[in-house]
Design a protein around this ligand. Structure first.
Ligand code: SF4
Ligand code: SF4
Length: 356
């Protein structure tokens, strides 16, 4: 009798809504691709900018401040300095804006910065989807190995936070004004363009592991994602399951890229949930699995609304930073050309290494 009832519920909820849902499945991927392509474009523009500056001639492109999104440690220091003293880092201010945006989105809408926006997360997802095509399915790491591996990203985050917490505001200010930090964006570029054999080998290993294992980098190693996950623990937004209409089909759990047991939860509060909404899209029972925010009553998030808010908050953050003078670096073209000539001198080593 129960089986018949469940089959009827499932049947009732199929049809038109299912078609609409499958059309929505690609929406998040479109946003991810958009940000990914933008990141590549920013990387190429920055490469041309640094190349022209290193030649000492005329610079014909603008420096793209978005490149500072890859300087999260400096951004964390910048935020600590700002909270303690009210001083805003002028060397890489966009790094602070992008970290602030990611943190805000995580607090409001779970870790959806990772699931929708982060280009490293998108690359990770492209790789495991490639793995699924190649092998038919992804490899599931056994729990005895999965749990200790998952703690690695928190240990890395803990290490960075421990270093930053121990630094006083004067020390942070000196670091953020140091020659090393002024060229840290260039050094990051050289990390890829002048890649060492060791780095290349590590990179290839990470790519190879990311093909069979879902989100290998994000799940086990990324301290940025670990921070966003911890912030998301206080988020009023979560996936909610209605057990009254749930048919127990377990599609949601199978769809979850983080293997969360969605079919057994009333609310998904895990720090791993990246707000992708894939579980809600594959749920065949009407009004059963939804993303909701406390204080919004019975209204739930649609994929399009969530993605639109994520994009609008990003554009608003960048625009506000631009018009208030908190976006562009104070390092001028002239200063960059001068500093690039001496980049190999010891004064451009990390202060922690130089001090040894
Ligand atoms: S599938 Fe659902 S539970 Fe899993 S990460 Fe995405 S939104 Fe969270
Ligand atoms: S909540 Fe999960 S288990 Fe329940 S009907 Fe939806 S997909 Fe199936």
């Amino acid at each position: 009798m129960k089986a018949k009832l469940l089959a009827e519920r499932e049947k009732d909820s199929k049809g038109e809504p299912e078609k609409k849902k499958s059309a929505l499945f690609g929406f998040r991927q479109k946003v991810q691709w958009g940000v990914f392509v933008l990141t590549i474009a920013i990387g190429i523009q920055f490469f041309i900018y640094v190349y022209q500056a290193s030649q000492g001639g005329q610079i014909t492109v603008l420096r793209p401040p978005g490149v500072e999104g890859f300087l999260p440690i400096g951004a964390l220091m910048g935020w600590k300095l700002f909270i303690l003293t009210g001083l805003w880092d002028t060397v890489h201010p966009a790094a602070m804006v992008i970290l602030g945006y990611a943190a805000l989105i995580s607090v409001l809408l779970r870790k959806s910065f990772c699931g929708w926006f982060c280009p490293a997360g998108s690359l990770s997802e492209m790789l495991w989807k490639l793995g699924r095509r190649l092998f038919g399915e992804n490899f599931i790491v056994p729990l005895w190995l999965d749990i200790p591996l998952r703690s690695v990203k928190y240990l890395l985050l803990g290490f960075f936070l421990w270093v930053i917490i121990r630094m006083g505001s004067d020390e942070i200010h000196m670091f953020l004004q140091s020659p090393y930090y002024k060229l840290s964006d260039v050094k990051m570029l050289f990390f890829f363009t002048r890649i060492s054999v060791t780095t290349l080998v590590v990179f290839i290993i990470l790519v190879l592991l990311s093909i069979p294992i879902r989100n290998f980098w994000c799940r086990y190693l990324c301290p940025y994602g670990a921070l966003m996950g911890l912030l998301a623990l206080v988020s009023p937004t979560r996936i909610q399951r209605n057990p009254g209409s749930c048919t127990d089909c377990k599609r949601c759990t199978k769809a979850c890229p983080y293997h969360l047991p969605v079919d057994r939860k009333l609310n998904v509060r895990s720090a791993e949930c990246n707000g992708c909404m894939d579980c809600t899209l594959c749920c065949p029972a009407k009004d059963t699995l939804e993303m909701k925010t406390k204080g919004m009553g019975k209204r739930s998030w649609s994929v399009v609304r969530l993605g639109t808010v994520i994009i609008i908050v990003f554009l608003s953050s960048v625009y506000t930073a631009q018009i208030t003078g908190h976006w562009k670096s104070s390092v001028t073209e002239h200063e960059l050309i001068f500093r690039l000539k001496e980049i190999d001198s010891p004064k451009y080593l990390h202060p922690g290494i130089r001090g040894r």
